[in-house]
Design a protein around this ligand. Structure first.
Ligand SMILES: Cc1ncc(COP(=O)(O)O)c(C=O)c1O
Length: 446
């Protein structure tokens, strides 16, 4: 493919250092299976499922065909006061997969919208039951719940929050981060067993400080993805569930990354055997091809909202929330086709199997290299943590990421972690290549 010259004056890139990008652009023009083609005709392995989205690999015909068919049948229909057939079908499939009594799907278009939607449901639900004083949210340090004001407020990544100050939601607290770099720097497919009970802080300090009766919801990612793939201690999520139940607090799992197969199971909730009250999803649900997000709510929440309105007139709306593109028919058709494909090709199971290959390869290929201070692998994802360059946090991982890209492998820098989370169709030879390229880059930037 011929080199294409772009006018880069007008596209402001998200979460990207724009000035340096323009000096050394990374532009994809095609993708198939595990690979991209760049604007200058190079092949690059997608080592991160394009931001954790492309579970089934790129350019999958059943998904593309479903989208094309839907475009020619019903391109779009209003989402308010009417709906479309695909939305009901997609909701049925998603609810059918979800754990516990999570049966009611509120659609949106991204993980950020899912975060804000779930927080709003929590407030509305408590108010509907006469507990409107429950308006405190608890997140976790280094949590990522997108970039809306709600998600940012319960999120705990400092760089994403620091310039928004007083505009963040006021009644929010954060639990401690789930990482022990001394005893659990290296984890391969296991649940770290902590001597210390991390949730004592929640029970003994955070909840008494606010009084648990004022807390609406606790939101966590089952595995902290964007921070750099940090795994919860053994038993942590079960105990969190118990604490929430004890105090009538809703538990929200943000499964935008862990949902739809990344851990080798439908959801992280399945992997850990803990059902939340709400489960946020996005990304892999449509294989990343068309934007979609959503919140799967428990029957209890939905019924609570409906019952509270039982005396209201027939035309009264029960929940004043939604997006123009909630349940977009083309996105729903893409979701139905994606979830069918993931099932037919047993891709969740495959993610679990290849996850072991990835975890072993990362531990045997990267442990002991210069500046490597930790490796964490679970499901089909792993992170290698690098000692930061003094005075320049994030630089070492950025340099490694750039070097890998030049060698034909896309990985993801997250602080001083390099994260690898390939599509579930990945083969051992891709994993070996990814790990070898990361190893060489780490050595080069020692
Ligand atoms: C756990 C989690 N929640 C929310 C989001 C935000 O999703 P989006 O970028 O689609 O708004 C992400 C994105 O990576 C995520 O990992």
């Amino acid at each position: 493919m011929a080199y294409q010259n772009f006018n880069m004056e007008h596209h402001w890139l998200p979460f990207t250092p724009n000035r340096s990008f323009k000096k050394d652009p990374r532009v994809f023009v095609a993708a198939d299976g595990m690979h991209f083609t760049t604007h200058d005709g190079r092949q690059v392995i997608d080592g991160i499922s394009s931001l954790w989205c492309v579970g089934a690999g790129h350019n999958r015909k059943p998904i593309n065909d479903a989208i094309k068919k839907q475009l020619d049948t019903l391109d779009y229909a209003t989402a308010f006061q009417a709906s479309n057939d695909q939305a009901f079908m997609a909701a049925e499939v998603i609810a059918g997969m979800a754990p516990g009594d999570l049966n009611k799907v509120l659609f949106c278009n991204s993980g950020s919208e899912a975060a804000d939607t779930s927080l709003k449901v929590a407030l509305a639900y408590h108010r509907a039951r006469g507990e409107g004083h429950r308006n405190i949210f608890i997140g976790r340090e280094k949590g990522y719940h997108g970039v809306g004001f709600g998600g940012m407020s319960v999120g705990g990544i400092p760089a994403n929050r620091k310039v928004y100050g007083a505009a963040l939601l006021p009644r929010v607290d954060h639990m401690r981060f789930i990482h022990d770099p001394v005893n659990h720097a290296y984890i391969n497919g296991a649940e770290p067993v902590w001597q210390e009970d991390l949730l004592l802080e929640l029970e003994n300090r955070i909840l008494p400080l606010h009084d648990p009766s004022n807390v609406a919801a606790i939101i966590v990612e089952p595995v902290a993805g964007s921070a750099g793939w940090y795994l919860p201690p053994k038993g942590y999520l079960k105990r969190l569930r118990e604490i929430c139940d004890k105090h009538g607090i809703l538990l929200i799992f943000d499964e935008v990354i862990t949902g739809f197969g990344r851990l080798g199971t439908g959801f992280g909730a399945d992997y850990y055997g803990v059902a939340p009250d709400m489960l946020n999803f996005a990304k892999c649900v449509t294989n990343g091809v068309i934007p979609m997000g959503g919140v799967i709510c428990s029957d209890r929440i939905y019924d609570g909202m409906m019952n509270a309105n039982s005396a209201a007139p027939e035309h009264a709306i029960e929940f004043f929330h939604g997006y123009t593109y909630s349940g977009h028919p083309v996105a729903c058709a893409a979701a139905i086709a994606t979830l069918k494909l993931l099932k037919e090709e047993k891709l969740y199971e495959r993610a679990g199997q290849m996850g072991k290959v990835l975890g072993d390869a990362m531990h045997s290929g990267l442990k002991g290299l210069p500046n490597v201070i930790g490796i964490r692998a679970l499901g089909l994802a792993g992170a290698v943590e690098l000692a930061p360059v003094a005075g320049a946090p994030g630089k070492r991982a950025y340099d490694v990421f750039m070097e890998c890209f030049h060698q034909g492998v896309l990985v993801r820098p997250a602080a001083d972690n390099i994260v690898v989370c390939p599509p579930y169709i990945v083969e051992k030879e891709h994993i070996d290549r990814i790990v070898n390229v990361v190893a060489d880059a780490i050595r080069k930037h020692a």
